[in-house]
Design a protein around this ligand. Structure first.
Ligand code: FEO
Length: 169
């Protein structure tokens, strides 16, 4: 595999684990606020991020690339108001999208069709994650200031269940 592509994928493993850590921190924040549905939603989000990291780990292994695991950064976002994590989440997903696109561009640059095909799933996934983050902000802006609205939204988010990623290697 091209060195630039494998290095970027290796770095992305770390970024995905950081994402899991960030979302777990957000779940932790909501748990402390008594919003267990929001906490559940972000806990599942954290699990999905770990799945993303493991898919990249497995992909590199399957292609004979040695993986180097670096330290995972501490979640460093300031969370005070209930809306803070929602904006942090959207901003973070946009950042991750830019990282995935950069790996895609590097793979395209060297005609690494296998990696391009592997990354197609992530490109689509990022679109969904940005939409989910945006939808949550929209719903909170519409209903979040009303206690009953917040209660119902919390109940809706409590119903989210984890499912393993659809991408199989
Ligand atoms: Fe794995 Fe939310 O990006």
């Amino acid at each position: 595999m091209d060195k630039t592509v494998s290095t970027l994928l290796n770095e992305q493993i770390n970024k995905e684990f950081y994402s899991a850590y960030l979302y777990l921190d957000i779940a932790n924040f909501f748990e402390a606020k008594g919003l267990n549905g929001f906490a559940n939603w972000y806990e599942i989000q954290a699990r999905e991020e770990s799945d993303h990291a493991m898919l990249m780990y497995r992909y590199l292994q399957n292609n004979g690339e040695k993986v180097t695991l670096e330290a995972i950064a501490k979640p460093d976002k300031t969370l005070v108001e209930i809306m803070d994590p929602l904006h942090v989440g959207l901003e973070h997903e946009r950042y991750v999208t830019s990282l995935i696109h950069a790996i895609y561009a590097a793979a395209k640059n060297v005609d690494d069709f296998r990696t391009i095909q592997f990354l197609d799933w992530f490109v689509k996934e990022q679109g969904e994650e940005e939409k989910n983050a945006q939808d949550l902000i929209t719903k909170m802006e519409l209903y979040g200031s009303d206690p009953r609205g917040l209660y119902l939204l919390n109940s809706e988010l409590a119903a989210r269940v984890y499912s393993a990623p659809s991408l199989v290697l």
